[in-house]
Design a binder for this molecule. Structure first.
Ligand code: NCD
Ligand code: ZN
Length: 346
């Protein structure tokens, strides 16, 4: 059956655009459908100062193909040496929308992240005063903690103490993967929200490991048990305003994924909207897709909804490209493992 739905132009509230040749190749995949994205700062070296963010923003805009409109919403990478003054000035200048907290060693390019959370207290207090959002990679790095428990343990050991010590701090728990995180966000007040990725609505840990190891399904936080995936689906499709899309689309060249020690990240920019339409249709929630992709995130960040729309059409199964070519080598496009009959019009 042919069907169509029209959404306000969406925002991707968690995106990795990288730099150089990779940036050039992946940026159009997002800008084609999304008006804006919160751009992650985990470059090598990371985007630490307001000056770094201004330079990175200029490189992103320079890489945007003629005729495409896209607004990168910049973030700073929080380190133990970050200065509250610099953060506040970048915020006041309208240059940044958030600061990203990576526990040191939690994920790709997080070596410069935070080890001692007391050392960033002053910056967090200043952020609470000025209403600047902290985006959190919510996993502990303690080698004693099982990788499947790292998100839940982070909530108790790190996130709750930070939020208690810093009243009013706006926090987005990024790419939540557990029912524990969903419950924690639901129990919080209006200063707390969460992004949910496209791939975590599809994958559980069996998809990564059963019947052979699938490196293109390996990302951090790693997909958990089926009951957690179902909790994420309920949160994403339930119309709750404190859950919104952050794809965490994270391109790596295939040579670095298909390796004895492959890196973490799923590249979903190309087919995210059609896959989301499929998921929301399955859940009988197509009328809630626009809230998830185009309204809730903007509202949390205090942004006006985007002008313009995207239309999704349901028809025959769509053959998305298996990979995109980049100057850094081919990058595999996320394969949801089922036929998707939605495509973006135009
Ligand atoms: C991200 C990356 O590749 O930069 N990888 C990932 O698995 N999500 C980093 C991150 O967001 O954790
Ligand atoms: Zn990410």
């Amino acid at each position: 059956m042919s069907m169509r739905i029209t959404l306000g132009r969406p925002d991707d509230m968690h995106l990795h655009l990288r730099d150089g040749a990779m940036l050039e190749a992946v940026l159009p995949e997002t800008a084609r459908h999304f008006a804006r994205a919160i751009v992650m700062p985990n470059l090598v070296p990371p985007v630490v100062t307001g000056r770094d963010a201004a330079a990175y923003r200029a490189r992103i805009l320079a890489a945007l193909p003629a005729g495409m409109a896209f607004e990168p919403l910049m973030t700073l990478y929080l380190t133990e040496a970050t200065e509250a003054e610099d953060v506040a000035a970048a915020h006041a200048a309208g240059l940044i929308r958030a600061v990203k907290l990576y526990p040191a060693g939690a994920t790709t390019n997080s070596q410069s992240g935070v080890r001692d959370f007391d050392r960033v207290r002053g910056v967090l207090e200043r952020m609470a005063e000025i209403g600047l959002t902290l985006c959190v990679h919510g996993e502990v790095t303690d080698p004693e903690i099982d990788i499947f428990d790292r998100e839940a343990v982070f909530i108790d050991r790190v996130l709750e103490p930070i939020r208690r010590a810093t009243p009013g701090l706006r926090v987005v728990m990024e790419h939540v993967t557990t029912s524990d995180a969903v419950d924690y966000v639901r129990a919080g007040d209006e200063t707390l929200a969460a992004t949910i990725t496209t791939h975590h609505l599809i994958l559980n840990r069996n998809h990564i490991l059963a019947g052979g190891i699938r490196p293109h399904y390996y990302c951090l936080p790693v997909a958990k048990r089926e009951r957690h995936r179902l909790a994420l689906r309920a949160a994403a499709t339930g119309g709750e305003t404190r859950f919104f899309l952050g794809t965490d689309s994270a391109p790596h060249p295939d040579s670095l994924k298909e390796s004895a020690c492959g890196c973490a990240g799923c590249f979903t920019a190309t087919n995210t909207l059609p896959i989301l339409a499929h998921v929301f249709e399955e859940e009988g929630a197509l009328d809630r897709l626009e809230g998830f992709t185009s309204r809730h995130g903007a509202a949390f960040y205090g942004l006006a909804p985007n002008p313009g729309t995207v239309t999704l059409i349901r028809g025959e199964p769509v053959a998305f490209p298996a990979r995109i070519e980049t100057g850094a080598g081919p990058v595999t496009v996320f394969d949801p493992g089922f036929a998707v009959c939605w495509r973006v019009a135009g």
